[in-house]
Design a protein around this ligand. Structure first.
Ligand SMILES: *[C@@H]1O[C@H](CO)[C@@H](O)[C@H](O)[C@H]1NC(C)=O
Ligand SMILES: *[C@@H]1O[C@H](CO)[C@@H](O)[C@H](O)[C@H]1NC(C)=O
Ligand SMILES: *[C@@H]1O[C@H](CO)[C@@H](O)[C@H](O)[C@H]1NC(C)=O
Ligand SMILES: *[C@@H]1O[C@H](CO)[C@@H](O)[C@H](O)[C@H]1NC(C)=O
Ligand SMILES: *[C@@H]1O[C@H](CO)[C@@H](O)[C@H](O)[C@H]1NC(C)=O
Length: 459
């Protein structure tokens, strides 16, 4: 159920302004493109286009572009889409209750609105279905159910108590299905959250593409996103995002939950360059306990920016060199990671001749408490992350594929060469980290938020 959704829209930007019922008179079809991507065609009948809206449309063409991109982004992720579908369904359910309890004169109107919205809902699912592997029986049946429901509602000529009962039953069934789909996504990991009673990664799921970055700009290829890896109470659902058109690190934005992240409704944006210059480099940071760990620019060192107090502290990492970076980007000299065991940083030194070194960070002291040397050259590595005290190192296989090719187990002080390939959404990525709170990998892939589920070997 984890697929890359790539939607190509043939749609006049002007239509982004149209209210829902105008979208509803359109017609959505989908097909699989030459390279296996999913192409979604939206046909909108010109005859219904209201000429009087053209003027206001032309005036705000900038806003229009944003609106169209938002519409496209809204359709990018399955998981994100499910969140939206569930909310829309619950909106429909509320509306249904209003219809039922309202005085008679409103009932007819509300009932018509309900029909229109259901049509919308169907269009949304049609688009979603088009972007799926057709061999997904769960999704086919979900689609059929919504389609059936839409037919049923259409057939209901008039408002009637028993008709509403039929709709209500259909809604309840649908909600269960949607929730199951959502839960199936979360079932991938087979180890208890926080537990290290497993034998390490068995395989990595398909990339789940959530969204183009919140700047809605494909030029923002240097960045990262994710969740706090040790959230403060009340911030368990918080997401963060940081990106730039270059390797400099300056802003970080927080979102109260996934839904807000997708809708780009931020909580707060923090700036590392105000009265003091606390900017960083390299986009290999991590957020832990509301503290942002990143590579400080000047002097070259590891830094922590406390989002609560908005203060910074930095420490030089002994021996770390600013000469060695990862394969896809310059200036990625210090890479922060967290796992079930704590906080880590990888780098290379002149002494190691550019080979990757792993340091364990004592969070209290904000200093290295242990150092492990590996035998892989940092410059051939694309990224690295930690799970249960084991360092996983990736490299590029080709433009579509990446591979975890090396591990270093700090528990046993033992290294191994392995091969766990996984798909990329796009070729280059600047950020890859594991989050122990949900056991997912978070990747910032050429400006897109991408995540992966991980399946572990049994212990
Ligand atoms: C949808 O579009 C296709 C292709 O233009 C057309 O054949 C079909 O009749 C349309 N369906 C509706 C319901 O408008
Ligand atoms: C659901 O309804 C609320 C309140 O009317 C609205 O703000 C929200 O955007 C709706 N959600 C969706 C997904 O339509
Ligand atoms: C779709 O599913 C089939 C059968 O399960 C599988 O062989 C194929 O690789 C899948 N395609 C994609 C793009 O995931
Ligand atoms: C949809 O309707 C068709 C025809 O009435 C029926 O055979 C099918 O079982 C229904 N599917 C679902 C998922 O309810
Ligand atoms: C961050 O700042 C808050 C408020 O001053 C403080 O309570 C907390 O301990 C700080 N966190 C770290 C990791 O320093």
């Amino acid at each position: 159920m984890h697929l890359i959704l790539l939607l190509v829209f043939f749609v006049s930007p002007a239509y982004a302004w149209l209210p829902l019922e105008d979208w509803g008179s359109g017609n959505v079809t989908s097909s699989v493109g030459g390279s296996g991507q999913c192409v979604c065609h939206v046909f909108l009948p010109d005859i219904t286009f209201p000429a009087n809206r053209v003027e206001s449309v032309q005036i705000s063409s900038n806003q229009l572009t944003v609106d169209v991109e938002l519409h496209i982004n809204k359709l990018i992720s399955f998981k994100g889409q499910l969140v939206v579908l569930l909310e829309e369904l619950s909106n429909l359910t509320i509306r249904l209750e209003v219809v039922e309890s309202g005085p008679d004169k409103y009932i007819k109107l509300e009932f018509e609105l309900l029909k229109i919205e259901l049509r919308q809902f169907e269009a949304l699912v049609t688009e979603l279905k088009g972007s799926f592997n057709s061999s997904s029986p769960a999704f086919d049946s979900l689609y059929n159910e919504i389609h059936n429901m839409s037919i049923i509602v259409d057939q209901l000529e008039s408002y009637d108590q028993s008709n509403l009962e039929v709709i209500r039953i259909e809604f309840a069934k649908l909600q269960k299905k949607l929730e199951k789909c959502r839960d199936d996504q979360d079932d991938f990991s087979n180890a208890q959250t926080g537990s290290c009673k497993h034998g390490g990664i068995l395989r990595v799921g398909k990339p789940v593409v959530s969204q183009l970055n919140a700047n809605l700009n494909t030029g923002y290829i240097y960045g990262g996103w994710g969740k706090d890896t040790k959230p403060l109470p009340g911030s368990e659902n918080m997401y963060w995002y940081s990106a730039s058109t270059n390797t400099q690190v300056r802003y970080i934005t927080t979102y109260s939950d996934y839904y807000r992240l997708i809708l780009r409704q931020s909580m707060k944006t923090y700036d590392l360059y105000t009265s003091k210059d606390w900017r960083g480099l390299g986009n290999n940071y991590i957020v832990r306990a509301n503290v942002w760990y990143y590579q400080f620019s000047n002097p070259f060192s590891m830094a922590k920016y406390n989002l609560t107090s908005q203060t910074v502290a930095y420490r030089v990492v002994p021996m770390a060199s600013s000469r060695f970076s990862y394969h896809y980007s310059a200036n990625q000299n210090l890479d922060f990671a967290t796992d079930e065991k704590g906080l880590w940083v990888t780098y290379a030194t002149e002494e190691s001749k550019g080979k990757l070194v792993l340091g364990r960070i004592d969070e209290e002291a904000f200093a290295l408490s242990a150092v492990y040397e590996t035998s892989v050259f940092k410059q051939s590595v694309t990224n690295a992350f930690m799970i249960c005290g084991v360092l996983y190192v990736t490299r590029s296989v080709d433009i579509h594929k990446e591979e975890i090719f090396y591990t270093y187990d700090t528990n046993a002080r033992k290294e191994s060469y392995i091969s766990i390939p996984f798909e990329k959404f796009q070729e280059n990525y600047m950020y890859l980290d594991y989050n122990p709170t949900d056991q997912k990998l978070y990747m910032y892939n050429n400006g897109y938020y991408v995540s992966y589920n991980v399946k572990f070997k049994s212990a």
